[in-house]
Ligand binder design. Structure first.
Ligand code: PMP
Length: 382
């Protein structure tokens, strides 16, 4: 059957394909960006589900923009994080849906979109499906090279959107510096583009609070948030805040897509996110455990993989490794034979090919398993 241009323009995600290979029981997977199953609040979720099910509305269709109680809690959380009044949010089925709806609300085929290089693959897929012209801008240790973006703008580039994973980047692990956040917000005002601040990891800081969101500095920012990494991905609860006109368009497009996000999982998320005592304790537990997993990972890399450079994580879930002289795409099948999985850097490449890089997720396993994974990786690499 002939397919649409949109269906033909999306590149498959190498990472989602890899999930099948790395989920074999003999493989320790550092590949997927999977939040740690052992740190998810299953009992608290079960209690919230039981409480919600006492009300018939929890298994009924709900408003497209989301459960009012959840929207109120999320707006309060966003207001606290951005230190400015966020009056409204739209709840989405994961923040991936928010990204897709924003692209559909704003982009026409051929519109320019600035993406980070390397990029979050789910964003690339969304912008490809929208028929956007992608303009990669590189990253360094302080996140997006806003100076390079400014050069492009001075040279005449006029993007509709600039997508950034501002905090604990997927895949690079880096965080956009405070100065660059202010500068990016200023460029959005001057050149009239919208920043999509994609921030599912910002609450997972284990080395001091991250800088204020880009959205703290400008109205031209759409912020995407997610319950996936802080509660559980299976809730499929995400949200966005931004200009009212955009939120109205997103709500309309969401009607076409799924009518509404699950009332039941929204009720669960509302219960947990409004319970400050629970949330504070839960998040500090997740942060402490993730910090010690990150430490175990970087220590094991230093010990078993001499000559390999590894980003120094301060939050989030990912480390970016450079293995000089090693073709990491060719290394992957060997690594799987040795019982360890990772994602080769090329999977995230937009322009720069990243042949020697790999992304590893350190968050999914306890420390002894992480040590063993790095030992296996070292054996495969030598
Ligand atoms: N943005 C980024 C940067 C991500 O890493 C992810 C998940 N891997 C998402 C958005 C989507 O997450 P979800 O749909 O589960 O909220």
């Amino acid at each position: 059957m002939p397919l649409s241009t949109a269906a033909r323009s999306v590149r498959g995600s190498a990472i989602r394909d890899l999930l099948a290979l790395t989920s074999r029981p003999e493989v320790i997977s550092l590949a997927g960006g999977l939040p740690a199953a052992d740190l998810m609040p299953r009992e608290r979720i079960a209690a919230a589900a039981a409480a919600a099910l006492a009300h018939p509305a929890s298994i009924q269709y709900g408003e497209t923009a989301g459960l009012p109680a959840l929207r109120v809690v999320l707006a309060a959380h966003e207001t606290a994080r951005c230190r400015r009044e966020i009056t409204d949010v739209v709840v989405t089925t994961g923040s991936q849906q928010a990204l897709d709806l924003v692209a559909r609300a704003v982009l026409d085929p051929g519109d320019a979109v600035v993406v980070e290089d390397p990029a979050y693959v789910g964003a690339l897929q969304v912008f490809q499906a929208a028929g956007a012209a992608l303009h990669p801008v590189p990253l360094d240790g302080d996140g997006l090279r806003v100076d390079v973006l400014e050069d492009h703008l001075r040279d005449g580039l006029r993007p509709r959107l600039v997508h950034t994973v501002s905090t604990f980047h997927n895949p690079r692990g880096v965080t956009l510096s405070p100065q660059r956040r202010v500068r990016l917000a200023g460029l959005a005002e001057r050149y009239g583009f919208t920043v999509v601040e994609d921030d599912p990891y910002g609450l997972l800081a284990f080395d001091g609070a991250p800088p204020l969101p880009v959205a703290a500095h400008s109205d031209r920012v759409v912020r995407l948030g997610s319950a996936s990494k802080v509660l559980a991905p299976a809730l499929r609860v995400g949200w966005l805040s931004g200009p009212p006109g955009l939120l109205a368009a997103v709500e309309l497009l969401k009607q076409c897509t799924d009518l509404c996000t699950s009332s039941l999982t929204q009720a669960i998320a509302a219960d947990l996110l409004a319970d400050t005592a629970f949330l504070d304790a839960h998040l500090s537990g997740v942060r402490a455990a993730t910090a010690s997993r990150a430490h175990a990972f970087t220590t094991a890399v230093a010990r078993h993989l001499p000559g390999v450079t590894c980003s120094a994580p301060t939050g989030g879930m990912f480390c970016w490794l450079e293995l000089p002289g090693v073709d990491t795409t060719a290394l992957l099948p060997r690594a799987l034979e040795h019982g360890v999985g990772f994602v080769p850097g090329g999977a995230f490449a937009v322009e720069a090919p990243q042949p020697h890089a790999i992304r590893c997720c350190y968050a999914s396993h306890p420390e002894p398993v992480i040590h063993e994974a790095v030992r296996r990786l070292a054996r495969a690499a030598t």
